[in-house]
Design a protein around this ligand. Structure first.
Ligand SMILES: C[S@@+](CC[C@H](N)C(=O)[O-])C[C@H]1O[C@@H](n2cnc3c(N)ncnc32)[C@H](O)[C@@H]1O
Length: 287
């Protein structure tokens, strides 16, 4: 494994932060050498000075892009945290359905969707309740800063291990076709979900239009200032009836004035101020 000196480690750390907002804390430092060793092997890098030379000559930026991608934690699985998906199915969606009954349109954003399992889990919940959602337009948007993860999400082919993680056998057979390369998402499900490569800190795909946002296990490695910026972006994507869900143990308290806990649904959050009563998009846009 290539031993990196302080200068190289500092450079990796600032590149990661500049591109994704993620902080390379001391506790994650030990992972860097292990995670980057296949990439360094591919590029024949065995010393810090070779690494620094590679960074300097990386005109197209492909080496840095691959390095950043390798450093991101893409851990995910279908119906991760089943209790949360039960709450969405039994409480959140009926509440949104009642509020949006005239419009019959629902737009959901899976932020930091990784290889797509979270977005597809949501799509499956709609497909499993056709009579409830008959006549509705359901759109699930998945975005992630990782090009590799988005390419995998768009491909929609999962290994046996990946489909077994979180899916019942009936769901595997109903929503996937078994192929020689893995389990391919069926078109009826794939067409409900749209994936794109986006940095949450840069821009919001469809401002003010998402009814439900899942941003789980994404903000963990952001420092406080970056997290505050991320909450501004999430706030820009919401309207007065939207709900935001974070990962277990993640909160907005003390980190933003844009979103606040929802009184009726523990662990969900809503917009603190709507656009009409002074939600400060000026402030969000200028940061
Ligand atoms: C641990 S995974 C969580 C996946 C999924 N949300 C879940 O909980 O199962 C975190 C994902 O956030 C993505 N991510 C990190 N920083 C991001 C940013 N600034 N914008 C968008 N996605 C980001 C990573 O690439 C990674 O795929």
């Amino acid at each position: 494994m290539t031993q990196l000196d302080e200068l190289s480690f500092g450079l990796i750390s600032s590149l990661l932060q500049a591109r994704t907002g993620q902080e390379l804390t001391e506790t994650r430092r030990w992972r860097v050498g292990t995670v980057l060793s296949p990439l360094f092997r591919d590029y024949g890098i065995t010393t810090s000075s070779q690494f620094l030379a590679k960074i300097t000559e990386d005109e197209k930026g492909s080496f840095v892009a691959e390095m950043i991608d390798a450093l991101l934690n893409n851990e995910t699985y279908f119906f991760r945290d089943p209790a949360v998906f039960n709450t969405i199915r039994e409480q959140v969606l009926p509440q949104l359905a009642a509020k949006l009954a005239n419009r019959k349109q629902l737009r959901i954003w899976s932020v930091g969707c990784s290889t797509g399992q979270e977005a597809l889990s949501l799509a499956m919940m709609f497909a499993e309740a056709p009579s409830t959602w008959d006549g509705w337009t359901i759109e699930v948007v998945g975005t992630d800063v990782s090009a590799k993860a988005i390419a995998a999400a768009r491909r929609g082919v999962y290994s046996h291990f990946e489909v077994q993680r979180g899916l019942a056998i009936g769901q595997m057979l109903r929503f996937f076709d078994e192929t020689p390369t893995g389990w391919r998402v069926k078109p009826e499900l794939a067409r409900m979900v749209e994936f794109s490569e986006e940095n949450l800190l840069d821009k919001v795909p469809k401002p003010g239009s998402f009814d439900l946002i899942l941003c789980r296990n994404v903000l963990l490695y952001f420092d406080l200032a970056t997290r505050t910026r991320a909450f501004q972006r999430l706030g820009e994507a919401m309207h007065s009836n939207s709900l935001l869900l974070l990962g277990g143990g993640e909160t907005v308290v003390g980190q933003t004035g844009y979103v606040k806990p929802d009184d009726s649904l523990p662990s969900f959050f809503k917009l603190a101020k709507s656009a009409s009563d002074g939600h400060d998009f000026q402030l969000a846009a200028s940061s």
